[in-house]
Design a protein around this ligand. Structure first.
Ligand SMILES: NC(=O)c1ccc[n+]([C@@H]2O[C@H](COP(=O)([O-])OP(=O)(O)OC[C@H]3O[C@@H](n4cnc5c(N)ncnc54)[C@H](O)[C@@H]3O)[C@@H](O)[C@H]2O)c1
Length: 457
């Protein structure tokens, strides 16, 4: 029988809520804390602050083991393990802004100095933080403790980077490719292995599938290496996409089809088929910020990260390429109506952080085009962020009278767009720029659309 723990999670966002729900699902008792009172009030009433498939059901099903609160202190008194899962947005210089992590660490230190505990509190860094942050968190906990009545406090800091993907976050948390743990303390590592045992052994009940049939690898290392694993993984994936885009741009010039090329190279086990999709490029809350943060860390140590810089520059070029492709057939953008299909940074999420749709919309608006956006779930959020863009709630309404459409986010319903209906609704020249190479060019052309993909005829 696996051991049950009292788990605290600070930060009730994409990572914190999913972590909390999954920890409750595998049998632990969970308290989720957030400083945002409205968010906590809504969660208490069963209202989710984010769109994430399966998360609502998961919380509802395990509700008796999950509490929501705005108070850190009771959590520090009662929990065996506290996850820090607050946001670490990019600062002006590209480096990760650790002020939220710092506030939580100091708060934990202060609370620790006011309570009696039998065992050291395990403080787990799940937020993506630069190499060396484990020691920084330790220092801040200590500083916080010194402000309280009892400066002597007992805790262990552990790094446990998160690899979930928005849109399949619950699945990824229950069935991860690996769990990475960094710590200097063997006992803390042992406790973390016990905490994760139901996931490592895949012994919990679930209807989700496919589930792994072998044990989930539990990778233990030092703090700095665990922190680096997260950045290196995201930097590699972003670079892989930029590489595919580089190949796509060359394909376009020599008359090759990048879809065939990436399918051909992806069959090589050393390369693999995933993250080779050419198109608008990468965005979202993690890749841009993490690549920039890793570059900032490298430069702090007087190392110029040439490959990462090239990956970023190719990615920026892909955004501009959308505009070039629109101009090729629309000539001037002034007075043209352009429909943006899909606004979230990827399908199955409402997250608009660093979404390509927003930067493309801004460029189009600045060049005098009228932009109409549609997204199955992120429409309202997008309208609040970009009041200049007209947001509608039906893809065909967005297409009505549009001279061009850009498929920005490959939601399933947009992959399966009724192309003939689209062509009937659109105005000349009826251009479709397929930013994700998600639509069959021949089908689009047969429907009467001008089709432009990336790296394919
Ligand atoms: N979103 C992802 O796909 C993903 C994946 C892997 C790792 N990460 C990393 O995980 C971390 C969290 O990301 P996220 O997307 O869940 O962020 P988020 O913005 O969705 O959620 C962060 C939450 O933390 C809360 N918060 C901030 N400061 C706080 C404080 N002092 N006390 C209590 N609550 C506080 C905010 O109110 C917010 O609700 C980041 O470091 C991110 O890089 C994110």
């Amino acid at each position: 029988m696996a051991e049950r723990f009292d788990v605290g999670v600070v930060g009730a966002g994409y990572v914190g809520l999913v972590t909390g729900a999954c920890m409750a699902h595998i049998g632990h008792t969970v308290t989720c804390v957030d400083k945002n009172e409205g968010r906590i009030e809504n969660l208490k009433r069963g209202k989710l602050p984010i769109y994430e498939p399966q998360l609502g059901e998961m919380i509802a099903r395990n509700r008796k083991r999950i509490r929501f609160s705005t108070e850190l202190h009771p959590l520090v008194r009662e929990a065996d393990i506290v996850f820090i899962a607050v946001d670490t947005p990019p600062g002006d210089d590209g480096a990760a802004d650790l002020s939220n992590v710092a506030a939580v660490a100091r708060g934990i230190g202060r609370s620790l100095s006011e309570v009696e505990r039998e065992r050291p509190l395990i403080v787990v860094n799940k937020s993506t933080v630069p190499v060396g942050s484990g020691d920084y968190v330790s220092m801040l906990i200590q500083e916080g403790a010194e402000e309280g009545p009892n400066g002597e406090v007992s805790y262990r800091v552990v790094s446990n980077p998160e690899f979930l993907r928005e849109g399949s976050a619950v699945y990824d948390s229950l069935f991860p490719d690996r769990i990475v743990l960094g710590a200097e303390d063997r006992e803390a590592l042992h406790t973390m292995r016990e905490l994760y045992r139901p996931i490592i052994e895949q012994s919990f009940a679930t209807e989700l599938d496919p589930r792994p049939t072998v044990a989930v690898p539990f990778v233990t290392t030092d703090l700095a290496s665990a922190e680096m694993i997260k950045y290196a993984a995201n930097a590699f994936l972003a670079t892989k996409i930029s590489f595919a885009n580089e190949i796509a741009n060359i394909c376009e010039r020599v008359g090759a089809d990048v879809k065939s090329v990436t399918a051909g190279i992806g069959l090589d086990h050393r390369i693999g088929p995933r993250f080779l999709d050419a198109g608008i490029g990468w965005g979202g809350s993690c890749f841009p910020k993490d690549v920039r943060a890793l570059m900032a860390t490298a430069r702090e140590h007087e190392y110029e990260p040439a490959i990462l810089a090239a990956a970023v520059s190719v990615n920026e070029r892909q955004r501009r390429l959308v505009i070039t492709k629109l101009q090729r057939d629309l000539h001037t953008l002034k007075g043209k109506r352009v429909a943006l299909l899909g606004l979230s940074f990827k399908p199955n999420t409402d997250d608009l952080r660093e979404a390509p749709s927003l930067s493309i919309a801004r460029i189009l608006e600045s060049r005098g085009a009228r932009v109409v956006g549609y997204d199955p779930v992120a429409g309202k959020r997008a309208a609040a962020l970009m009041p200049e863009m007209k947001v509608v709630f039906d893809p065909y309404e967005a297409l009505k009278g549009a001279n061009a459409a850009v498929l920005v986010t490959e939601w399933e319903e947009l992959r399966n767009l009724d192309l003939e209906r689209a062509a009937t609704l659109m105005a000349r020249p009826r251009l479709l720029v397929d930013g994700r190479n998600a639509i069959e060019p021949a089908a689009a052309r047969a429907a009467g659309l001008i089709y432009q993909g990336f790296g394919r005829e």
